[in-house]
Design a protein around this ligand. Structure first.
Ligand SMILES: Cc1cc2nc3c(=O)[nH]c(=O)nc-3n(C[C@H](O)[C@H](O)[C@H](O)COP(=O)(O)O)c2cc1C
Length: 326
């Protein structure tokens, strides 16, 4: 698997871009746990061009975070090309175009997966973005717009011809949103097509290292992308990596380990965004970090409601001293 100047001698582990989740602090944690490739949260090309302040934060990446891609979305070549050039100035390793988001406010305007209804336009815009930057351009998309138009195999060939350097495919249609199960047979059909030479990365419903390994046993994909399965569970990358490298599976994290990583995450969010914003934005992570652990209901409620970062840090540090029954 080759991505720009980076080469992997085994399938690459991608952290899926997730808006409001995969910010720089969370990506850093996943990267340290073993994620090979990270991508920014999606960035609206128009907002990037207008230099909207909150967007700047999304462009920041860690010094060791490589390969790192900046993901942009939009519905026309002019703004996507301009945004790609601006993103390039931040020196990521690649630019990723989002042709997969199904959210109404995006797909409804024919950006994201909305453009899957117009494959000619999608390919042409992508071709222009490829031409407008010197960095590699990749695409993240879905298998089609709806059940009647699962066009991914043909689309992948056309995108390859347009010059993209890798394709990540979420095995659902736009109409499916996040319902049902991801259909990996079409992801595999792209990889197995003799005309496809670019790396193919599979995405959808990877919730454990074992599922990832099963997907790779089914088809020699170039990469596996993990999204929701990494929320509250960045250890999934350490476990995937161990299995890929033929090493023993690390143990599932206990309470102390979860609290240790959660504390590091909170500190890094506060350093990047300021204490208050960092603390408020961390709230969505507490439940996932401590999911399934009993006897910590009170601490969870305090963490979710406290306005005092020191109080939250104290709770997390206390958890690291004691390991109550699971
Ligand atoms: C909260 C959330 C935010 C997301 N934001 C993005 C995004 O910014 N860009 C993108 O390409 N996909 C986004 N996705 C889709 C994921 O990258 C991924 O394709 C999808 O969740 C399926 O993978 P999973 O089953 O491993 O979660 C998002 C998904 C979730 C749940």
């Amino acid at each position: 698997m080759k991505l720009g100047t980076y080469t992997f001698d085994r399938p690459a582990l991608y952290l899926a871009p997730m808006d409001d989740v995969t910010d720089a602090p969370f990506r850093d944690i996943c990267h340290r746990m073993g994620a090979d490739v990270t991508v920014s949260e999606f960035i609206a090309s128009d907002a990037l061009i207008r230099e909207i302040e909150v967007i700047r934060r999304k462009l920041i990446s860690g010094p060791d975070e490589h390969p790192f891609g900046i993901q942009i979305f939009g519905n026309n070549a002019e703004s996507l090309c301009a945004a790609a050039r601006l993103a390039e100035e931040c020196q990521p390793d690649f630019i990723d175009i989002n042709w997969g988001c199904p959210a109404k406010k995006i797909a409804g305007k024919n950006a994201g997966s909305g453009m899957l209804q117009y494959p000619d336009q999608l390919v042409e815009i992508t071709r222009q973005v490829v031409k407008s930057v010197s960095l590699p351009v990749t695409v993240k998309t879905r298998i089609g717009y709806n059940d009647a138009s699962k066009i991914i195999v043909e689309l992948a060939k056309r995108l390859q011809e347009a010059g993209i350097r890798a394709i990540a495919i979420h095995g659902r249609t736009k109409s499916q949103m996040y319902k049902g199960e991801a259909d990996w047979s079409l992801i595999n059909a792209v990889k197995n097509d003799p005309e496809i030479e670019i790396p193919v990365i599979g995405n959808g419903d990877i919730t454990s290292a074992e599922t990832a390994m099963q997907r790779l046993a089914d088809c020699p994909l170039d990469g596996i992308m993990v999204g929701r399965g990494a929320i509250g569970n960045p250890w999934i990358f350490a476990r995937c990596r161990a299995l890929l490298e033929g090493k023993p599976l690390p143990p599932e994290p206990d309470l102390a380990e979860r609290a240790r990583i959660c504390e590091a995450h909170l500190r890094s969010a506060a350093a990047l965004k300021g204490e208050r914003t960092g603390m408020l934005e961390m709230r969505k992570h507490y439940k996932p970090y401590f999911k399934g652990l009993l006897n910590i209901k009170e601490q969870k409620i305090k963490m979710l409601t406290s306005d005092d970062i020191q109080e939250v840090l104290d709770i997390l540090q206390e958890m690291q001293q004691t390991t109550p029954e699971k």
